[in-house]
Design a protein around this ligand. Structure first.
Ligand SMILES: Cc1cc2nc3c(=O)[nH]c(=O)nc-3n(C[C@H](O)[C@H](O)[C@H](O)COP(=O)(O)O)c2cc1C
Ligand SMILES: O=C(O)C(=O)c1ccccc1
Length: 372
């Protein structure tokens, strides 16, 4: 039985619990990032530059936290990012994540490195309730295999392709290399058509080489994708307003402002810092979502105030899975939902559309509060 001291109340409690239970190699694969971990840390710390400026005496007895993603109202503006190898956190892996997302009424991204197939993952979620999925994709040397992933995702009812644009090669992963990280024996990557034997035969790093393809470019990838699918096309891993412009020019439906949780190029800006210029460049012409370092309801609130329509989380889902499978991911989403709703109420916002730059301020080193 949980005693008050080990009760899970916050995302940090979940993180600590996962830290205690996961073997070191898995834990470092999940938690760490590239090179010197500068961006991993800054994705979190950058949120503290912003302060909440509440408006008071507004009737917040009824707040509406819902927002629209992929033509569906989701419970609140938080979805679960595509993260690979979830079966190392819990044997149910992505099936548990899909069910928890469906129960909580939010969308889920499915990694190409999922240990379950898109057909199994979407079906598991729909057993519980209505849910939308996005299929994460890399540009691959093997175009036929890439097309098979896209077709399977579309047939399974996925609403969008998330083309991961920040990963032509794997980042510099000292921790993974030091630990000789390998997925557990027995785990497969069904979407990449890799059996557990295939995976154990090569290093984790080598498993990535097929993505450094000559099709990794706007002009070769996007028109081709558009020609083979009717799903929405989103670019995952954009940090610059120039790339937002290009995504608009290529007719993409959305961008996920992301630095891959600090796991690819280290010393990129925190996503919350890259977001405002990207949102301004978009001027409503393309959807702008963000992930990286979102750990509380006030983090979601700040990201919305700075121009995102919706946030996504990676590691908190893995910590939830490690804590208690489907119920652990549900607990993670419940914590975030309750914190976000209460943040809206305390800040005086009745609906998502009332969250704006006016809700934030920054405290400058020399004193006065600056409005954004
Ligand atoms: C263990 C792990 C595996 C990941 N695998 C993928 C992946 O297969 N494809 C992808 O596009 N992003 C992947 N990501 C990045 C996430 O989609 C997301 O961008 C990132 O986790 C967000 O940051 P956060 O963990 O701070 O919330 C992975 C992240 C983690 C932590
Ligand atoms: O670790 C990652 O960030 C990632 O994208 C990945 C790479 C290989 C296998 C699984 C996930």
């Amino acid at each position: 039985m949980a005693s008050p001291s080990n009760k899970i109340l916050s995302i940090s409690d979940l993180e600590k619990s996962a830290f205690r239970t996961l073997p070191v190699g898995t834990r470092e694969f999940y938690n760490s990032g590239a090179t010197n971990q500068v961006t991993v840390r800054e994705n979190i710390s950058a949120f503290q530059k912003y302060r909440l400026l509440p408006r008071v005496l507004r009737d917040v007895s009824q707040v509406n936290t819902t927002t629209r993603v992929f033509d569906r109202d989701i419970t609140f503006p938080l979805c679960v990012s595509p993260a690979g190898i979830q079966a190392m956190a819990h044997p149910d892996g992505e099936l548990a994540t899909s069910k928890a997302c469906a129960r909580m009424g939010v969308s889920m991204g499915i990694s190409s490195f999922a240990n379950n197939s898109v057909e199994q993952i979407t079906a598991a979620g729909r057993e519980v309730g209505p849910i939308d999925h996005a299929m994460q994709l890399y540009s691959m040397n093997d175009r036929k295999k890439e097309a098979r992933i896209v077709r399977r995702a579309e047939a399974a009812g996925c609403k969008a392709i998330f083309l991961t644009a920040d990963s032509p090669v794997l980042g510099v992963r000292y921790n993974e290399w030091r630990n000789g990280f390998q997925p557990s024996p027995g785990l497969a990557y069904p979407m990449l058509e890799k059996s557990s034997e295939d995976i154990q035969k090569q290093s984790h790093d080598d498993g990535f080489t097929s993505f450094n393809s000559d099709s990794h470019s706007w002009e070769k990838e996007i028109p081709w994708l558009r020609s083979i699918t009717n799903m929405e096309i989103w670019i995952k891993g954009i940090l610059s307003p120039e790339d937002v412009e290009i995504a608009i020019r290529y007719g993409c439906d959305g961008v996920l402002i992301s630095n891959h949780g600090g796991r690819q190029l280290d010393e990129t800006p925190a996503t919350i810092d890259a977001l405002p210029a990207c949102a301004q460049a978009a001027r409503g012409r393309i959807r702008i979502h963000v992930d990286g370092g979102i750990r509380s309801g006030s983090d979601i609130f700040k990201a919305l105030a700075l121009g995102a329509e919706c946030c996504w989380v990676g590691r908190p889902m893995l910590w939830g899975l490690a804590y208690n499978g489907e119920q652990g991911v549900q607990l993670m989403l419940e914590i975030m939902y309750k914190e976000f709703k209460r943040c809206m109420q305390l800040a005086g916002c009745k609906s998502i559309s009332e969250i704006s730059l006016a809700s934030l301020a920054v405290v400058r080193a020399d004193g006065p509060l600056s409005r954004l």
